[in-house]
Design a protein around this ligand. Structure first.
Ligand SMILES: *Cc1c(COP(=O)(O)O)cnc(C)c1O
Length: 335
């Protein structure tokens, strides 16, 4: 991955880079009876990895086209997205074609020593602004920047996680790249869901593989509703194609095979950022047997779900599964 698409924000360079991302087959018997492959989007860029790279790309083009001087975004203290925005702006500035200043609005109070993720962001040139959880709750309101005392005039605001229409457009591009580059025919594609924008983008970009999203937080109905809202907004597919999995009420496999999109909500392991021993043990075992590093918040829960789910392969042994590695390995330092 030597091409630096951030330097030029060129569509073709980005697409070419996405087309080079490797697919890795999991050898051995970690998933007995299933043929599991991983698309290593954690490798798309050494720093700006996984789905955040795709969600950012068109946002940066838009910011540049609008002549914005400042990128403002927000997230938690270990946010992969904040880290990615800071790094991408630094890459663009280093190429000296255009530059963005960056401001990261961080949920919670500033600790005496910044964590490794925020230290990186600061080193990449980002200014950090810490806000209370109550203030942070207003992050999706139109007057949020004003409330934070920030001038929105010259700024381009990217919402938490890069989850806006342009972010989803980047994921759609990834979906198309996947359909063009898959090394085999897959029965299912699995992805971790936080806000659900990535899953929503795949519902738009992927036509021939059923997509299963694993909710990594205790979200109630919110991810389902968010995805449904995006799908309607993108006017892509009838909402009845989206079915929610509830623990204990798995759909029968023949029904499942009719459904192109599913969200599973019983594999959050206690909620966002929760990392119980069973998950830690799983991650250690996985990384010991399979040569792929996982992120404790997202991809370890994803593979844990695949290992434990009856939905795997639509209940059909021998099924071939594609798992999207959405990156975020910088977050491992939070362990
Ligand atoms: C942000 C993130 C996700 C979740 O993406 P959404 O679009 O919010 O669902 C998944 N995996 C990793 C590693 C992430 O950083």
């Amino acid at each position: 991955m030597s091409l630096r698409f951030w330097d030029c924000l060129d569509h073709q360079t980005f697409t070419d880079t996405a087309c080079e991302v490797p697919y890795q087959q999991i050898k051995g018997d970690f998933f007995p009876g299933f043929d599991v492959w991983v698309r290593r989007d954690d490798l798309i860029d050494p720093i700006i990895s996984g789905n955040k790279a795709y969600k950012l790309f068109f946002n940066l083009i838009e910011a540049k086209d609008r002549g914005a001087k400042i990128l403002i975004t927000c997230g938690g203290a270990w946010s992969n997205h904040i880290h990615a925005v800071a790094a991408a702006a630094a890459a663009a500035a280093a190429a000296a074609r255009f530059g963005f200043q960056t401001i990261g609005i961080v949920r919670g109070e500033r600790l005496a020593i910044l964590n490794a993720s925020l230290q990186d962001a600061q080193r990449f040139g980002m200014k950090l602004k810490f806000v209370t959880r109550t203030q942070y709750r207003k992050r999706n309101q139109s007057d949020f920047l004003h409330e934070m005392g920030l001038d929105s005039g010259a700024a381009y605001f990217i919402p938490e996680g890069g989850s806006n229409l342009l972010g989803i457009k980047g994921i759609q591009l990834l979906g198309k790249v996947i359909e063009e580059t898959v090394p085999a025919t897959f029965d299912q594609m699995w992805v971790a869901c936080g806000a659900g924008a990535t899953f929503a983008g795949f519902s738009a970009g992927i036509r021939n593989i059923s997509v299963i999203g694993v909710e990594i937080l205790r979200a109630g109905d919110s991810i389902f509703k968010e995805v449904d809202r995006w799908i309607k907004r993108l006017n892509l597919t009838a909402p009845e194609h989206l079915e929610k999995g509830r623990s204990g009420t798995l759909l029968s496999s023949d029904r499942l095979s009719d459904l192109r999109l599913r969200l599973l909500n019983q594999y959050h392991c206690g909620g966002y950022g929760q990392y119980p021993k069973v998950l830690a043990d799983f991650q250690r075992e996985f990384e010991g047997q399979v040569d792929i590093p996982l992120n404790p918040i997202y991809t370890s829960k994803l593979f844990h779900a695949i290992k434990n789910s009856n939905d795997r392969g639509g209940g059909q042994r021998g099924a071939r599964l594609l798992v999207i590695h959405t990156g975020g390995l910088q977050g491992r330092r939070g362990d």
